[in-house]
Structures are given as C-alpha cells and as structure tokens.
Design a protein around this ligand. Sequence first.
Ligand SMILES: [Zn+2]
Length: 565
Amino acid sequence: MTYQLRPLLYFALMLGACCAAFGQSPADLVVLHGKVYTENPRRPRAEAVAIRDGKIIAVGSEKEIEAYRGPTTQVIDAQQHMVLPGFTDTHVHFIGGSTSMQTVALDTAETVAEIQKRVKNFAAAHPDKKFITGYGWMYPVFGKAALPDKKILDAVVPDRPVILTAYDYHTTWANSKALQMADINRATPNPLNGIIVRDPTTGEATGALKESAGGLVSRLVPPPTREELLADLRQGLHEANRLGIVRVHSAGGDGEQVGLFDELRRNNELTVRFYLALFAPVPELTSAFLEQAEKLRQSHHDDWLAGGAIKFYTDGVIESHTAAMLAPYSDDPKLSGQLNWPPDKLQRAVTELDRRGFQIFTHSIGDRGIREILDAYEKAQQQNGTKDARHRVEHIEDPDTADIPSFGKLGVSASMQRLHALPNSDVLDVWARNVGPQRAQHAWPWHSIAASGGRLAFGSDWPVVTINPWLGIQNLLTRQTTDGKPPGGWIPQECITLEQAIAGYTIGAAYAGKREKTEGSLEPGKLGDLIVVSQDLFDVAQRDVGKTEVLYTVVGGKIVYRSPR
Ligand SMILES: [Zn+2]
C-alpha cells in the first residue's frame, strides 16, 4: 500500500464506520449504554438504539449503534439503566383524567371526616367556583350501607352545590343544594339505567345517585371552556409522559372532542399517541352516530390520532350491584344486576359495527355481562365472516370459568385494569362480599386468561385510578397492596410473570390496538418510542417495582420528558 493511498483508505473506513447503514444519513437520536429490553423475540436484549425520522433504524450493541452517531445526533446516555419500549395504556378517559387533576381528589380518603376536611378546604381555597366537584370516594368508607349521604356534605358546604363521583364513576354523591338545583324530589322518577337512592321511610333522595341518575346533577355543571380544557390536557400529557406512557387507547369521551387533540398537534404539543373510541348510543345505533364514527375514522388514521373503535357497556359495576351476574349477588339475593342493552339490540349493533370493520371495546364486569358480549362477538364474526376483528372486553372482573377459554378461541383481547384489583378495603370488603367466596376465586383472572390462550393488554381506566403503570405492574405480580397485604397475595394463583406484565403494556397493548406491526417493541422500522427507567425491573424485589421512576420518555424520536433528578 502506498503512502498516498492511506488517507483515502482512512476516509473510506470512516465513511463505513459512521454510516454503516449504506451511506444513509446519521441517526437523529441514539440511546447508548443501556440495558435494552426489546420485546423482540429475535433480539430480546441489546445495549443501544438509533432513531431517525421518528422511527427506529437500529437496535444493537454499543459498537453497532455508535456507527449511527453523527455530528448532529442527539445522545441519551442511559448509564446502564433499563430501556424499554414506550408504554401503552389500553383504557383511559384522557380528558376526564386531565380535568380530574383540577378537582377534589378523594381516592385516598379513608374516613368520612377526611372527605369532609378535603371538600371544606377545597371550597375555601376556591371561593369563585360555583360548583365543587370531585372524584374518587370509595364505598367502604360509608360502612355497611356502602353508600354516602347528602347530610355529610351539607355539614361542610351547605350553600354551594357539591357533586362527587365514586372512584369507579358509577355512583354520584350530591349535597342538598345540588339535588335542589336538579329538581330531584320524592316524585322524580328513576332515569333509564339509573337509580335515585331514596330513604326507605321518607322516600326522599339520600344524595346517592347510581349509574345514569348521576347525570341529573352532573349536567348542572357548566362545561369548562376550550382554553381551560387545553390547559388541562397539557398537564395530562405531561403526567402521562412523566410515567412512561407514549400511547393511550381512549375508552370514550375523547374522540367526541378530537378537535382539542388536533389543536395540540398543530401546535406541536401532542406528546402522547391516541387511539380513540366513541361511546355507542344505547339502546340503538343511530345514523347520526354511524356517520360520526365513519367520519372520525376517515379524518384520523395515522400514528398520532386515529379513530376506528367503538365503546359499549354491557353492565355496571359489582360494588353497586349493577354488574350483570348469572346468579344473584351473595350479599343480597334479590339482586343480580342488569344488562344495559336488550340482547337482540346489542347483537344487531355489534354485528353492524363488525361488518363495517370497527373494533369494539366493551365494558363487561359481571359474568353475565361478559358472556353476553363474548356471544355477541362470536355471532357477529360468524355472520359477517370477519377475520381478525380483534374486538375486546374491558375490565373482565368476574368471568364464569366456562367463558375464560373463549378469549383465546375467539381472538378477543382482554383489556384489564389491574389497579381495580388492588386488594384494598373496597375490593375485599365490598367487591368480594358482593360476589361471595366462590366467585371471588376468579376475580380478575389474568393468569387463567393467558394460560388458556387469551391475549392480555393492560390499562388504568384513568381517572378512575392513577395512570401510573408501575404500581399496576407491581399488582399484576403480587396481587397485594403496596404495604404487602394480604400476605402471599389475594387469589395468588392469578399472579403473572414480569415478562407477561411488561408485554401487556407494550406488544400486547399494541396488538389490542391492531398496531403490533408498527409499535410495541424496539426493532428497526417501528416507531421511535422508548423509555429509560430508574431500575432494572428484573433486579428489584416485586414489592419495589411500583417505585420505578422514568428518567426519559422518547416519542417519535423526540425527548418529551426528562427526569429532573
Ligand atoms: Zn373506563
């Protein structure tokens, strides 16, 4: 080799090294020095990732990815922290979650006195608010009755309406002022699918309003202005990114207001991807609704905002005996819940949407509600000859064991909200009492569903519970409260592995949203969405998984959250 040739060779080697990818331009972002958990079975572990134009271009060793680093490449030094695909939450009500950050939070209030204190303080701190609203109260706080009374609120705020929603959003609690403003008196009939709870002796409303009866008071509250909503949403997006969420499946309430998300996107403020379901009208699909659903699907169908899903409810919740059960509730044999749809009408609506190629998400909690929707999906797919429709059941709190194999058989994803199963006093004293010991054995049976071939996907149901997925993973593994109760876990045979839990927030969630080809794992060609977290989940005790903090959240190759620590 002659002396003159050397620089040329050197140049060629450099070119080869820095653009190992066949003369392409370098990456926009590389993550180096990571413990990368890819969710890609062909290469489960790696050290580094390169992203360009919003997509992953390479996942590999330190050396392989260094080659994509150019002068303008942004570098995240993961410092040997764990790197994961960005998380998806398969069940949120995002606008509701964002606005709930501006109301009285009662989810951790364990006594009536504590609720009174919070409501009183909030009212004092917000003298201009015409309505005091809040959410998150739990049924067992009210003892055996498990339902609250208006007098508790009248004692602290008599002069302004107070409207507080239960943590499950199925019961509303109003003070006398709110009942009076809504004209609810002894003669007011129950609305469709709702119950005004009344004093058995006087017939007067107690202030507890079940299911749709809550609408009689909540409709008094003036809706927030567009500017207020946008401000709330910015906080909600930040909260999601802070916890490692890059995509959500909205289970209703967001697609109806898609213009807000469009506006954030135009301003480059959208940092979470949205798959949007619309609430189906009960008890019949109207032509106006079908038109709205078709329009949303046509106008929004990319990686940031997409329509195409429809949300149904077959029943209510177990705590207030509104979930539809095959046999009566154990604590009250007169009750077995109710179906929200007449079965023939539900079948017709599901078949119509299946034929049009929509994906259906159905809230079903009681064993009867779950069976009804699984049957409806099966018949619709037989009748239409549809393949891979991937309809979903949401929540699945207490299925009959005979129906568990249907998830795998029918290809129906189980979208489960793991923090609803947190064995706190609400679950152990009210939920478990209502279904009785035998049916409690298949409470939230995520292991059994997976073992019989069903696919799991996990979500929070924010704002019903926190959108924090790390506490959720901990509960999937332990079925214990954060202070380790009950010892050994509640129905421990339904615990799943850490691998299954992570998959349910990544590739399983992508599958449940029909997006597993473009997201849910770290591999070339998929969206550049990843997170760097404070601890290796495989190295820490199960009881500490919930303490995981997110150090970086990257969406579409851009850092949207960086921990201040
Ligand atoms: Zn929900």
